[in-house]
Design a protein around this ligand. Sequence first.
Ligand SMILES: [Zn+2]
Length: 170
Amino acid sequence: MSSSSVTLDYSCFCGERAPIQVSFTDKNPGRKFVGCKKFPNGHCEFFVWVDKKMNPGEKYRELYMRHEALKHMHEALSDPRVNSGQKYQDLCMRHEALKQRYEALSDVNVELKNLNNLLSDSMDAEKRRKVELQEKFDEMEKKYLACRKACKKLLIFVIIVVLWLFLKRN
Ligand SMILES: [Zn+2]
């Protein structure tokens, strides 16, 4: 709970990490300091104040504010009805939101499936049409080739007839 968010990293003369602590003496109530972790047993002389020295009015206000904050926290924590009710409502709302999202997603899923079916249907139709067209094309090509053959034969016959008539007259 460090509202000032100071990240002091001190090592004391013993070589140990010295944590930030709060003084509760009459002279310096609520004042932060860094000191040897082993105090009061076998400690070294390392000791530094983190907070500046406060006058009694400042100290009193600081302590009072901390007390109020703790009181509010305590009140909030020790009212299980309000808390669990709020939690329950919150969970209900989340559940409802998730349900709606799920429903929306399953709607989308159904739409996608329908679209997919439509697409594969139209693809099948397209394939069938292509096959039909190919068949028609083949048939027409056959007819064309037959026609050309017949035309050639007719032309040769006509030429022969004309030549025969011409030779006959002379
Ligand atoms: Zn030490």
